[in-house]
Design a protein around this ligand. Structure first.
Ligand code: GLA
Length: 702
């Protein structure tokens, strides 16, 4: 997959449908050559041209030609690597020190010409994916400290295009993943989180296209940063019509100190070039995430119940057992007790940090409830928020110095809580200790790992360079605690949560099994959130619950069936107060859970085709198909019925041409060619909030 031509100096990374080419030029600088459709090594070498002379004394080196644009010399673009040496000197001057080429990995080593600072560019490809992973390792090989002012994982350059369009998501709590597509501005567009966490407000991925891509057609260049702390991606469009982007850890103004002998390995900033529109770009990310990111690619997510919307903080053994019995009758496979089971936790004002079951609520600890849940045939899950503390807690009274703070500054509380400094080893060890005991002692199968506020006053008094080291070290220690916990308890599964979808990224997904996409469980709002979430992240990882109506957040009432059909587009869960559901509702819910189990392998492991985006009075639909085309599921929705609205047939995708498919419910047989080319007239019930699920199974060849 990776080859090198010594005569031209070209390295070629060949994925199944794309090529990436680069070269170390005569000055020793790694230069970008190509990223797009497949090329041979010889064709890639033809792209090596003479150096273009600077047009004037005001231009400088092209900011998009370097593999990792550095600060220094006549460079004026956003640097991906910016260093300051102990003597105050800046810049990095490329000098090659060696290469290591294998079939799937490329490492290019460099050292600054005058200072003992080593930079290694890493590339990795996979035989089954067009995604190319890149990261950078910076090592201080000298005996004086170095300051890294910016250390991006990678920079990606697009070929010259007449137009550039940027797709990304913005959001807020309860409104994550709102998809935006807008012309890429000339200059620099910064997408970032300064919150210490991935954030609800932006997510570390970008897609660029020539402004012409649709859901099904067109070339798209996209990239995703695998990092769960603060981050920054800068997309750039230059006056001479070029575009690219650079991305990495930390926001503006972040410094990372590098002591003598110390090394920084950045997280991967992976990217993919796809043909076939935004749909194909999303599918490339889904397949890559399932195959190469999540820890248990072969598993299907269980149907989950979570108590949060039913009980709030009011959890106790008796009421949880009652809910668990009802959940089991519905076919739930994993029962999760949410916030409120520990310490003095009666509201969000107290108790965080004191992780022992509240005696009045659980007089004999958690074990009787865990046993009941297991006895009902379900796995047992528990909510934890290990990175947080309420000032009103025994933990804080004992360790007030454990939180992020500056000596002479206030400690800003958000949701009445402070952030524990996970960058501190003692804090991380403490968290690992109680977590591994909690899981081991109670036979806990699943943790919902929450994180309910952004950083503020992110200081670490007493630690030299503390506030600079804190950001990356916090995330590394967080990852370390989760990794140790998983190693101790191989059967443990974890849900990533941060007030809903505040920490969804490929870094956390590489060590958790699913993510809670949003605290907003309103089916109508969810359709937009899920549409944005699924641009990059697969349905397997997207927790989606059916909750009560009127919805707690929006006051909207949507039929149970519609709520189910929306949640069935992800990893289905239920979060309503089942003790108040009528017999009819419970019966309908049980039938829908059973139906989901028949098709969840398609949702969670199949290919996603977004047939039409969520809209008001139009029919929108998502289709999940087995990768071999043997089965497909169509979920179709119409929120508002309107007289005179067009009823256009929906054209299905991913079917085996010429084959026939049987409707698993009605037995009606359809021709794949008709479904694909002329479409299916979907028979949605009249009225508002109408939805359907259609499961088609390929007939054996006659
Ligand atoms: C966050 C989560 C919710 C719930 C509450 C509990 O907001 O996203 O699902 O767990 O915390 O306090």
């Amino acid at each position: 997959m990776i080859s090198f031509a010594p005569d031209s100096g070209v390295y070629l990374l060949a994925t199944p449908n794309s090529s990436y080419a680069l070269r170390v030029d005569e000055s020793g600088t790694p230069r970008h050559l190509a990223w797009g459709p497949r090329l041979t090594l010889e064709e890639a070498a033809a792209l090596v041209g003479p150096e273009v002379p600077m047009a004037s004394s005001f231009e400088g080196v092209s900011p998009l030609g370097e593999e990792l644009p550095v600060d220094g010399g006549a460079r004026y673009g956003p640097p991906s690597l910016q260093v300051r040496f102990a003597d105050g000197s800046r810049a990095f001057e490329w000098q090659p020190t060696g290469q290591h080429v294998t079939d799937d990995k490329l490492e290019l080593g460099f050292r600054d010409r005058n200072y003992p600072l080593d930079v290694t560019l890493h590339y990795r490809v996979h035989a089954d994916s067009d995604v190319i992973e890149r990261w950078t390792v910076v090592r201080n090989a000298g005996d004086e400290p170095v300051t890294l002012l910016r250390t991006d994982s990678a920079a990606w350059a697009l070929p010259p295009l007449r137009h550039y369009r940027l797709s990304h998501v913005t959001g807020q709590w309860c409104a994550e993943s709102q998809l935006r597509r807008e012309e890429l501005s000339y200059g620099e567009t910064v997408l970032t989180s300064r919150r210490g966490v991935t954030s609800h407000h932006a997510n570390p991925w970008v897609m660029l296209d020539a402004g012409e891509a649709t859901e099904e057609h067109g070339r798209v260049w996209s990239a995703t940063l695998a990092w769960s702390g603060s981050w920054r991606i800068t997309a750039q469009r230059t006056p001479d019509g070029r575009a690219g982007f650079t991305g990495g850890i930390g926001h503006d103004g972040t410094n990372v100190p590098l002591a003598p002998g110390e090394e920084l390995t950045t997280p991967p900033f992976a990217a993919v070039c796809t043909d076939g529109g935004f749909g194909a770009a999303s599918r490339a990310w889904h397949a890559y995430t399932i195959a190469h990111v999540v820890p248990h690619p072969e598993e299907l997510a269980p149907v989950l119940y979570n108590s949060w919307e039913a009980t709030g903080f009011d959890v106790d053994e008796v009421s949880q057992k009652a809910l668990a019995e009802r959940a089991a009758e519905l076919g739930v496979e994993l029962y999760v007790v949410d916030d409120g089971w520990f310490g003095a936790r009666r509201s969000d004002h107290a108790g965080l940090g004191d992780w022992t079951p509240t005696p009045e609520r659980f007089p004999n600890g958690l074990t009787p409830l865990v046993d009941t849940v297991h006895g009902l045939g379900m796995k047992f899950g528990l909510w934890v928020e290990p990175e947080m503390v309420n000032p009103d807690s025994d933990l804080y009274r004992e360790h007030p110095d454990w939180v992020l703070h500056f000596t002479d500054r206030p400690r800003t509380e958000l949701r009445n809580q402070l952030v524990l400094n996970f960058a501190r080893r003692d804090v991380a060890d403490w968290a690992y200790g109680w977590l591994t005991r909690l899981v081991g002692d109670h036979g806990i199968d699943f943790l919902k790992w929450d994180m309910n506020r952004a950083f503020s006053e992110a200081g670490w008094p007493g630690q030299p360079d503390g506030s600079d080291r804190l950001g990356p070290q916090y995330v590394r220690n967080l990852y370390g605690v989760i990794d140790r916990l998983r190693a101790d308890h191989p059967a443990l599964r974890i849900e990533a949560c941060s007030g809903g979808g505040g920490r969804v990224d490929l870094g956390i997904l590489s060590r958790t099994d699913q993510a809670w996409a949003s605290d907003n469980t309103d089916a109508a709002d969810r359709m937009g959130i899920q549409h944005g979430y699924g641009q990059v992240y697969p349905a397997r990882t997207m927790g989606a619950w059916v909750t009560d109506v009127p919805n707690q957040l929006t006051d909207r009432t949507v039929p149970l069936r519609f709520r189910f059909h929306v949640a069935m587009a992800g990893a289905l869960g239920i979060g309503g107060d089942l003790t108040h559901w009528s017999e009819d509702e419970l019966r309908e819910a049980a039938a829908l859970v059973a139906e989901y189990k028949q098709v969840r392998h398609l949702v969670q492991h199949g290919r996603l085709d977004r047939l039409s985006p969520p809209g008001q009075d139009t029919v929108s639909g998502v289709q999940y198909t087995a990768t071999d085309g043997s089965e497909t599921l169509l979920l179709a929705y119409r929120r508002v019925g309107r007289s005179g609205a067009q009823h256009l047939p929906v054209r299905l995708r991913g079917l085996t041409p010429g084959a026939r498919y049987r409707d698993a419910c009605t037995g009606v047989v359809h021709h794949a060619t008709v479904l694909a080319e002329y479409g299916l007239q979907i028979d949605l019930p009249s009225g508002d909030w109408s939805s359907t699920a259609l499961h088609l199974v390929r007939e054996p060849e006659a």
